[in-house]
Design a protein around this ligand. Structure first.
Ligand SMILES: Cc1cc2nc3c(=O)[nH]c(=O)nc-3n(C[C@H](O)[C@H](O)[C@H](O)COP(=O)(O)OP(=O)(O)OC[C@H]3O[C@@H](n4cnc5c(N)ncnc54)[C@H](O)[C@@H]3O)c2cc1C
Length: 438
């Protein structure tokens, strides 16, 4: 059959990745259709709270000056929780303008507005059920309403990418490859929030806090929690390995309920009211389980490809830039009127040159290593840090040397020396991988 193409490019998924991909196609005067299953952009999408200036500017240029953000995040802290307290590293720089706290429905609404202004044809409320193929190449999509045809389809349908599975682009994922996260949006009186977190009313500063451990009953559970301040709301969430949740037969909301009661977290959210609850998967497949990123007539980008660095809470930037690169690769294929696998392989070359595959490569073992040492991270070292500081701070009329010696001997005694060596190896391996990168 001869195909009557409706567009030059079809993009599936109107998250940051799909919107960015469609923008780069439309900006070059090509006809692009952007399809999303949700009723309005961003209504079902979920994250912690930070979107990054650099990636936004790469796609939306000076329009970013009008981003309807709620706060600029310029105070970051990393806290190791023990049962009764914590050890915290904090960095604040009021001149930082690197990350914005913005709700997802506002982010996607803003991005879609600009995309439409630039000629993107956006179709909401429409689920893509399948891909249409001709002679082995993807030539369109089949939705719950009708069929659309284009010589290139960019697949940006998120972590569960049903379309990547249909095309056999990715390997079978296991529970170890996924983190599950639950988040509450907590409403708090604006003045109280500003006083509590030392924030100005104009939104020019905001806080991001990361927490490790804090729930001692699950000693080797790999989990992290996060807190972001918005104008008059707080986002508090927790993420844990799906494998560990299965092992402990735990619901992610149970972890969130428990972490809310921690003595270091409960005062931060005191007096707040839950106005929204959401949960989402985070892909941890990384470089070691990189999917096939292109095939004849199709490209895969964003979370659908596992492009995320959860150690740094970076995902939207990977999505925006991989979307842009996918869009540019589609344009290259259109210019050459060749939509074969070999022409579309330019996408992989672009990704190789970008921070995306460089970072995924250098962090390829980090989550796995941290996961394998989660008992140390979430339980053993926070406990030891607590003991150490109790010594330093205890003016108990006893010799400090005696305390330090006792601490040292307990440190060795409480933990098999081989476990300590394994920790040192694991953490050094991560640090060296990241330092030398690619
Ligand atoms: C708890 C949590 C916290 C996070 N925190 C941060 C953070 O602070 N900063 C950061 O940068 N990143 C963060 N991330 C990661 C970030 O949210 C993702 O990396 C990013 O949203 C990926 O964008 P995407 O466009 O690839 O996918 P998504 O944003 O998931 O968009 C996919 C889109 O595809 C649509 N779709 C799916 N299937 C179909 C279909 N069959 N037909 C039509 N449409 C379809 C969906 O409706 C959706 O709109 C976090 C993630 C989680 C889960």
């Amino acid at each position: 059959m001869d195909i009557n193409f409706n567009a030059d490019v079809i993009v599936v998924g109107a998250g940051p990745c799909g919107i960015s991909a469609s923008m780069s196609v439309a900006l070059n005067g090509k006809k692009v259709v952007l399809i999303d299953k949700s009723q309005y952009a961003g209504s079902k999408n979920m994250y912690g709270g930070a979107v990054y200036d650099c990636a936004l500017r790469e796609v939306f240029k000076d329009e970013v000056d009008n981003l309807p953000y709620e706060r600029i995040i310029n105070s970051n802290s990393w806290t190791f929780l023990n049962d009764t307290g914590s050890f915290e590293l904090k960095y604040k720089d009021n001149s930082l303008k690197n990350a914005y706290a913005i709700k997802r429905f506002n982010l996607e609404k803003w991005m879609i507005g600009i995309a439409k202004k630039n000629g993107v044809y956006y179709i909401p409320n429409t689920k893509v059920n399948d891909l249409i193929k001709k002679d082995g190449a993807v030539v369109g999509v089949e939705t719950n309403l009708e069929k659309y045809y284009a010589p290139v389809v960019i697949i940006a349908d998120g972590v569960n990418s049903m379309l990547a599975k249909k095309l056999n682009l990715r390997q079978k994922y296991t529970p170890k490859d996924m983190l599950l996260s639950a988040k509450e949006t907590l409403k708090l009186d604006k003045k109280t929030l500003e006083n509590r977190f030392n924030l100005s009313p104009d939104g020019k500063n905001g806080v991001c806090k990361m927490f490790f451990g804090g729930i001692e009953e699950y000693k080797d559970l790999f989990m992290m929690s996060f807190l972001y301040t918005f104008k008059d709301t707080i986002m508090l969430g927790v993420g844990a390995s799906l494998q560990d949740l299965t092992k402990y037969k735990l619901n992610i909301n149970e972890l969130l309920d428990k972490i809310k009661l921690h003595p270091d977290i409960s005062p931060l959210i005191e007096g707040s009211r839950t106005i929204e609850y959401s949960a989402h998967l985070i892909p941890e497949t990384g470089y070691n389980k990189l999917p096939k990123l292109y095939t004849s007539g199709a490209l895969l980008a964003g979370d659908a490809s596992g492009f995320i660095n959860s150690i740094h809470s970076e995902g939207t930037n990977f999505a925006l830039i991989s979307g842009k690169l996918a869009g540019e690769s589609a344009l290259f294929a259109l210019e050459n009127n060749d939509f074969s696998q070999s022409t579309l392989s330019i996408y992989k070359k672009k990704l190789d040159k970008s921070f995306i595959l460089k970072d995924l490569y250098s962090y390829r073992n980090v989550i796995d290593k941290l996961h394998s040492r989660s008992k140390s991270l979430s339980f053993y070292y926070p406990k030891k840090i607590k003991e150490f500081f109790n010594i330093i701070l205890s003016a108990d009329c006893k010799s400090k040397s005696k305390h330090f010696r006792k601490f040292f001997f307990n440190f060795i005694k409480d933990r098999n020396i081989f476990e300590i060596i394994k920790d040192v190896f694991a953490f050094s391996k991560c640090a060296l991988d990241v330092f030398f990168g690619r």
